[in-house]
Design a protein around this ligand. Structure first.
Ligand code: GTP
Length: 684
């Protein structure tokens, strides 16, 4: 009965004390809820940044000034964000309790739990770790999982552990330490509201490690380096101070974790407590200055056994301060866990996020400048291409839209000119008659011959002037196009003038005029011309030539029909009066000229001299122009299409550059704003 009384009292006291120190606890809750807020804010900002990264268009990365976010690491950064989010969303926190052999580590853990969970006072174990977790993690069931391979352990996979009742833990630890290096103990923390394991904010597991000696040192050191170990509690036996192994472990651990929580246990056994405290603190200073500087919160001189006995069996401690000292230790440990947890989990995320955001600022700034410069250059290029393209359009409208019509008009003009020139030429035949010297009747055919040559030459000259006119007109037309094109066509496009030169060049008379003597005057014509003058001619030339030879000489004909006519002429001559004949002879030049004019005009008419030449010149001009212009037009259109394509491409590129600049400008603003929010988050 008495025992029960003594047992209940401390529980009430504990509640009261818990209540008494509730203000601290409340503040912890506040601290915790602010932790939640910070965590949520960080998660939110990380998510925002991940969204930016996932949607960021292909970016130019500067060669320098980037901490994390290089071109080939965008996905890596996104993945790391995922890992950080998982890690900071995890509400578990692990506290590794380690220290020298027999320093009272197990007693310390049991005291925190207010119950005998971890076997104490046993033979030193070699490498067994006991992890104490709240039973809520195991569907509210208290049991021990003996784990052969911690790396593959899952409480949901019965093959990865051996189930042991909590009461049998001691026996198993003593007999079975080597085959199960980790024992996971799911238990209820005997304290309710102020439970350390399950406090509604962070689920803490306490890991009781083997005492440090040369064998266990390596294992424990490795264990302590694990990322999920948020806090290390080092238990020292006040009587022994720090052993060599302890010092060595602490020196390494403080490098990894910066701060270590130190429990100097078995302080009840120390007689000269102040001196012991001083010596131990001095040792701590030599191991870790930072821990020494925070000694008031981080180094606690306690007696776990006395406190444990008080809470579990109501045994009064040997001094009044043991309970408050331990409770202060608990309070500091709780704050330290939460603070360390905040720092160990949130600080890396905050620093990482800050670096990514700084990189994002740098990258977006770089890209804004890059795209602005690009769109500026494109605008300049478009400023050149645009007017050229407009000029090309005008040229096309002026010369090519109605090019058939334009060429028709030009050909008509050439045709009109040729008609007029050649007709005038025929009309003007009479004027040419005196350009050839009349050397008398005897030379009549010579006169006709020379006149033929003159007419032929003059016809050629007129024809050539028609060709020249046509050529000049055509050249003028194509040169106008060429010079207009030169102003706007970027590449040189030839409008080949050579075909116009060759096609419209009249170099020789060729067969244009078939004015040979025979065709100009056939035998009948010749007789017709001279028949009235034969007697007179006979008179004039009697001393030189006989009649027959004279007449035949004039007629110069070998045909039978003609010799018959010649005979008649000679007969006629014999009966004609001499005076009349002489008179007639003086009129011969005019007669010959008139006959020749008529004959020539008739010849030109019959040979369609005007029409055929005019048609030839105009149709040749038309054909050559059309071929040349069409060919040029094709090249021009190609060049214009090129220009248009270039114009459209550059226009599109400019719009894209402007759009990218806008996007990066938004990214920059978002990064700056997220970073400001991030900097406002204090982890202190
Ligand atoms: N005087 C005194 N003895 C204590 C105190 N705490 C623990 N002990 C005793 O120290 C011995 C070792 O305690 P444990 O808790 O087993 O120590 P441990 O560090 O877990 O031991 P190992 O894991 O074997 O290294 C036991 O006999 C405890 O009763 C204390 O505060 N004062």
């Amino acid at each position: 009965m008495q025992v029960e009384e003594t047992k209940e009292k401390p529980v009430e006291q504990t509640e009261q004390q818990a209540f008494g120190y509730d203000s601290g606890y409340q503040s912890e809750i506040l601290q915790n809820s602010s932790y939640q807020k910070i965590r949520n804010s960080l998660l939110y900002l990380m998510k925002q940044t991940t969204t930016i990264l996932e949607n960021m268009p292909a970016a130019q990365f500067p060669q320098t000034d980037l901490v994390l976010l290089t071109a080939d690491r965008v996905n890596e950064v996104i993945n790391h964000f995922d890992r950080l989010q998982v890690r900071i969303s995890d509400t578990h926190s692990k506290v590794l309790v380690t220290g020298d052999l027999n320093a009272g580590k197990s007693t310390f853990v049991n005291t925190l739990l207010r119950r005998q969970v971890v076997p104490d006072d046993q033979e030193p174990c070699t490498a067994l770790f006991v992890e104490v977790v709240d039973k809520s993690d195991n569907n509210g069931i208290e049991e021990v999982h003996a784990i052969p391979d911690p790396a593959v352990y899952s409480k949901d996979n019965a093959e990865t552990f051996v189930k042991i009742p909590v009461e049998d833990l001691r026996e198993h630890v003593e007999n079975d330490e080597s085959s199960h290096p980790l024992m996971k103990v799911y238990v209820k923390d005997n304290r309710n509201k102020s439970s350390l394991l399950h406090n509604g904010i962070v689920d803490i597991s306490l890991i009781d490690s083997p005492g440090l000696n040369i064998d266990s040192m390596k294992t424990t050191s490795l264990f302590s380096k694990q990322e999920e170990i948020d806090v290390i509690v080092f238990v020292v036996n006040a009587e022994n101070h720090f052993t060599l192994s302890g010092k060595e472990f602490l020196e390494t651990a403080t490098k990894e974790k910066a701060y270590v929580f130190i429990v100097v246990n078995r302080f009840d056994s120390i007689k000269r407590k102040d001196r012991n405290k001083r010596d131990i603190l001095e040792q701590i200073r030599s191991i870790s200055q930072t821990t020494f500087d925070e000694a008031d919160n981080l180094v606690h001189f306690v007696s776990c056994r006395q406190v444990f006995q008080y809470y579990t069996a109501g045994v009064q401690p040997s001094a009044d301060n043991w309970i408050p000292d331990f409770e202060r230790l608990e309070s500091c440990l709780r704050s330290f866990i939460l603070e360390k947890r905040t720092k160990s989990k949130l600080a890396p995320a905050k620093v990482y996020l800050g670096n990514v955001l700084s990189d994002l600022e740098t990258i977006s700034n770089y890209n804004i400048q890059y795209h602005d410069a690009e769109s500026f250059n494109l605008a300049n290029e478009l400023g050149t291409i645009g007017p050229i393209y407009q000029k090309m359009k005008l040229l096309k409208e002026k010369y090519f839209v109605d090019s058939e019509k334009n060429i028709d008009v030009l050909a008509k003009e050439i045709s009109d000119f040729s008609d007029k020139t050649l007709l005038n030429f025929i009309e003007e035949f009479e004027l040419f008659m005196d350009t050839v010297e009349w050397n008398g009747a005897i030379q009549v055919w010579q006169y006709a011959h020379e006149l033929r040559l003159v007419v032929s030459r003059l016809a050629f000259i007129r024809l050539r002037s028609c060709h020249t006119f046509a050529q000049e007109k055509c050249l003028d037309y194509v040169r106008k196009i060429s010079s207009a094109a030169k102003e706007c066509v970027p590449q040189d496009i030839d409008l080949d003038e050579a075909p116009l030169h060759e096609g419209l060049e009249l170099r020789s008379q060729g067969s244009l005029l078939d004015l040979s003597d025979h065709s100009l005057f056939d035998s009948a014509d010749r007789f017709e011309i001279i028949k009235d003058f034969i007697p007179a001619l006979g008179m004039v030339s009697a001393g030189v030539l006989g009649y027959r030879s004279l007449v035949t000489g004039i007629l110069k004909s070998q045909s039978h029909s003609f010799s018959r006519i010649a005979k008649l002429a000679v007969t006629g001559l014999a009966i004609t009066g001499v005076g009349l004949l002489i008179f007639k002879l003086s009129d011969m030049k005019a007669t010959v000229q008139s006959k020749l004019t008529t004959k020539l005009k008739q010849y030109f008419k019959d040979s369609s001299f005007v029409e055929s030449n005019s048609h030839y010149i105009s149709s040749t001009s038309h054909r050559l122009l059309r071929t040349g212009v069409n060919d040029f037009q094709r090249k021009f259109q190609y060049s214009m299409d090129e220009q248009e394509r270039k114009f459209n491409l550059q226009n599109a590129a400019k719009s894209k550059a402007e759009e990218e600049s806008r996007i990066f400008s938004n990214i920059y603003k978002r990064a700056v704003s997220i970073k400001q929010e991030l900097e406002a988050i204090s982890l202190e």
